[in-house]
Design a protein around this ligand. Sequence first.
Ligand SMILES: [Zn+2]
Length: 298
Amino acid sequence: MSRKTHEKSVLLAKTYAPVGRCIYCGSSEWSTKQSRKLGDEHIIPEGLGGRLVLPEASCSKCETITSKIELEWLRSGFYTARVQKELGKKKARPPRFLRLQVQRNGRTAWESVPLEKYPAIVVTLLFDKPEILSGCSPVEKVLSGGVAMGILPTFGRLLKPYLDQGAVTFSPPRSTATSEYLGRMLAKIAHSYAVAELGIDGFTPFLTNIILGADTGHLSHYVGGTREIPLASNNVYEIELTTVESAAPHSYLIVTIRLLSDVQGMPEYCVVVGEYCGNAKNHQNNFGTNTQTIKTDF
Ligand SMILES: [Zn+2]
C-alpha cells in the first residue's frame, strides 16, 4: 500500500547562546558522577516539531524529570496526530499502524488501522487564565480544565467508513497524563523560552519548583489559558513572550503557547513565568515571537 506523500517545508531551527547553568536547579555540572557539558534543552519538545534549542541548559537530574513530564502527553493525547504528521525524531521504524476502538454489531474491538487511514484527533485540556493575573493570592489546589479536541483536516473523511459500519470510541489519554503533567510541560516550555530570550539572570523566575515537582499545588496560579479557541494557523506551533503590568513593583512576564496550532481546535495557553525587572517599554512589551511553519497535504 502506498503512503500518501506529505510535502514538508524546511523547519526553521534556532539555537540560542549556551547558558552554562542548569536553568531549573542552577547546577553547573551535568552530574556528580560524570563530567560532561550540561544537556541541550529543546524549548518546544522535539516530538511536537520543536527546533528551538537552548544549549548547555539542563543537568542530568533535571533532564530526567522534564523528559518524563513531556512523554506523558506526547505518548497519549498528542500521540496519533504527531505520528501522522511525522513530528519528532526520525526513528528507524516508525509505527505503520495505530489502534482504534470500533463497535460493530454491538461488539467492541480494537483494530489496527494503517497510519494513513487513521482518523487522528488531539486530546488536550482547556484552562482558565492564570489566577495571578486576577490578583488572587496563591491557593493550593489541583489545576483543573475542560477537555479540548483538535481535529485534523482529514478526520471526517477518514472516520466516515467506520461510522458507516458502526461507531468508534476514542480512548482518553492514559490516566497518568494528568492536568499536572500538562501544566508542568507548559511551565517548562515557557520558562526555557524566557531564559532563551532574556538570559538566566534576566528575570525572577516563578516556575522552577513547579517544573521540578516540588510545588505542584500552585500550578493554576501561574499556568492557564483562554477558553476561546483561536482559528488554526499555518504554524506547527506558536510561542510569544510579552509583559503585563502587575500590582507588584515589576511587570509579569507572560509566555503564550499554542501547540500543533495548525490543527483546528487547539487552545492557547498562557504561562506567567516570572517578574521582569528591566525596562519593558524598551522592548515595546514584546520580546520575541517564534513560530515554525510546516505544510502538509493531509
Ligand atoms: Zn538541574
